[in-house]
Write a protein that binds this ligand. Structure first.
Ligand code: GLY
Length: 410
């Protein structure tokens, strides 16, 4: 009897360790691919010259953005993750170069995306190579971001005054669900300065987001516009989704990731609960495809979610997938799965990185502008970046691999 039990334990251990080894080989294969593809990307870009890889155009040519758009931090961030995954100095040298080219952004206050821009770049830089210079740049960036906080609305303003996608409705104080992603840099600033003001802004913003961006079923609105005199909500709308009452896939993904991060940084179970509920909504919604890579909007084309205006009618003929949303969710679920010890979340995260690295989503070496993943969507209402590679899809996919590797290495 005793020897049978020992035999069973032995078999379990062997099976577990061979499964673990298989998964480490899977991660290594993806890292090797990312290394080769990113090396080709660097040959294309040369040194940073104030423009940052973002996507490809219809001819398949690499498209850059200026550093003042929301995405310049992702490429440097990916370089830092490749350094972390390989330990090779070459990646560190490139990461440093691309990161340090963003220093002028530390005083930028033009929109809310400074967290994405500086924390994906300098945040990873400081984590892997802590030094005073990077710390000061991050704190200054947190100060710049904090200038957009308004105690009346209890939120950080995402965009300045602008018209909605249809060019008629006006937003004076728009806050988007994406803004949850900018808060991590504020927690960092409180930790390294000992000044709680950044922490308080992040908590205030997150609590207001729970109140006004989430529906009772924990699906999300993309945009909430506020009245700055009374602090009340003027409207709940969309900018990149299908309709005001629909759920834009990447918006839901930002929420899942953002509230998981909020729990990590505060230990407050309210945020853990929100992250779980938003995840459960994502996983249980009937029109999530079996491979868990969502359509760009969960309600596109459905009755009861009709967009207003005419230009939107053009945008829904094909149900495009958004691999970027899936990459964000996969990365978040490695963390949420660990916090909750929920096997379903962890298994989903693992399944999702396998799906994203399959030929259905992973680019072919030397193709797709040398990005890593294909099939993401920037903004269908704006007719921009439809079914293309996107630099942030790659960033969160590689981050998910980093998190998976860490889990297996424990
Ligand atoms: N934060 C902008 C986007 O997700 O497209």
């Amino acid at each position: 009897m005793r020897s049978t039990i020992f035999l069973l334990i032995f078999i379990c251990l062997i099976t577990f360790s061979s499964c673990k080894n298989k998964e480490k080989i899977f991660i290594n294969g993806n890292v090797q691919f990312a290394v080769q593809q990113t090396d080709l990307m660097l040959k294309q870009t040369g040194n940073p010259q104030g423009k940052y890889p973002r996507t490809i155009n219809k001819e398949g040519i690499l498209v850059f953005t200026s550093m003042y758009d929301w995405t310049p931090g992702f490429f440097p961030g990916t370089l830092w993750y490749l350094y972390e995954l390989t330990g090779e100095d070459h990646w560190k040298a490139e990461a440093v170069k691309w990161t340090e080219s963003l220093e002028p952004l530390k005083t930028f206050t033009g929109h809310h995306d400074l967290g994405f821009m500086m924390y994906c770049s300098y945040g990873n830089a400081y984590r892997l190579d802590p030094n005073e210079k990077y710390k000061e740049i991050l704190v200054e960036s947190a100060n710049s971001l904090s200038t957009r906080f308004n105690p009346v609305t209890r939120t950080i303003k995402s965009w300045n005054y602008r018209k909605a996608w249809n060019d008629t409705i006006e937003w004076f104080y728009p806050v988007i669900i994406d803004n949850m992603m900018n808060l991590e840099m504020l927690f960092f600033a409180s930790k390294v300065t000992g000044d709680k003001k950044y922490y308080d802004i992040a908590v205030s913003h997150a609590n207001t987001t729970i109140k006004n961006h989430l529906r009772s079923d924990y699906s999300s609105y993309h945009v909430v516009d506020y009245d700055t005199i009374s602090g009340t909500v003027k409207c709940q709308a969309t900018c990149q989704g299908y309709s005001d009452n629909s759920t834009w896939a990447r918006g839901q993904a930002w929420g899942i990731y953002g509230f998981t991060m909020m729990f990590r940084e505060t230990g407050d179970s309210v945020y853990l609960n929100v992250a779980k509920k938003m995840t459960d909504w994502y996983l249980k919604t009937p029109n999530l495809p079996a491979d868990k890579v969502p359509y760009w909007d969960f309600n596109a084309g459905q009755a009861g979610y009709e967009p207003e205006g005419t230009s939107k009618a053009k945008m829904i003929t094909e149900k495009y997938r958004d691999a970027s949303a899936a990459a964000v969710v996969a990365s978040a679920l490695f963390e949420l799965g660990e916090f909750t010890k929920n096997e379903v979340y962890l298994k989903t995260a693992v399944d999702m990185v396998h799906t994203l690295s399959s030929p259905a989503y992973r680019a072919i070496l030397g193709q797709s502008g040398n990005f890593i993943l294909m099939h993401s969507v920037g903004s269908i209402p704006h007719g921009a970046e439809i079914d293309v590679p996107l630099v942030y899809a790659d960033y969160y996919f590689i981050e998910a691999l980093v998190r998976y590797k860490r889990m297996l290495d424990k």
